[in-house]
Design a protein around this ligand. Structure first.
Ligand code: HEM
Length: 118
């Protein structure tokens, strides 16, 4: 909804959040092996649209579906998934996103693990 989207600072807030999220993913030895080889600029831009849409903001995600996006990568386990969520939480804390809004985003993302882990 609009209030949750605004709690993230709108689209500009999401773009800024994604810079720190990617920094965290590259600093984390659990996730770095995946992201250091990726087109980080593309991934950040796709995540902005995906999160914006998930939060009810005025964006349309036009990237790959989650199965296609991750199936070509080395095996992604629950540990990798949980590591990525921790790195996202750290970025949201740094950006002072209220917990209620953080939880709404995480609730939207949680079910995606089925299409991402393999
Ligand atoms: C809720 C969890 C996740 C979400 C919402 C998510 C979302 C995305 C999105 C939107 C893209 C871009 C798709 C495109 O290019 O069209 C992407 C790519 C990617 N994801 Fe994820 N992802 C998640 C979990 C993970 C995990 C756990 C890993 C590994 C630790 C991972 C590694 C990658 C990598 C390396 C790419 C880029 C692949 C390439 O080079 O094209 N993702 N992800």
């Amino acid at each position: 909804d609009e209030a949750t989207f605004q709690a993230f600072g709108g689209k500009a807030g999401l773009q800024s959040l994604m810079e720190d999220f990617m920094t965290n993913l590259l600093a984390d030895p659990r996730t770095r092996p995946f992201f250091e080889k990726a087109n980080q600029t593309r991934v950040k831009a796709q995540l902005v649209d995906q999160f914006c849409q998930a939060l009810g903001g005025p964006c349309q995600y036009k990237g790959l579906d989650m199965k296609s996006a991750h199936q070509g990568l080395p095996s992604i386990t629950r540990e990798h998934f949980n590591a990525l969520v921790e790195d996202l939480q750290d970025a949201m804390d740094k950006h002072k996103v209220p917990f209620s809004a953080q939880n709404k985003l995480l609730a939207e993302l949680a079910p995606l693990h089925r299409d991402i882990e393999h």
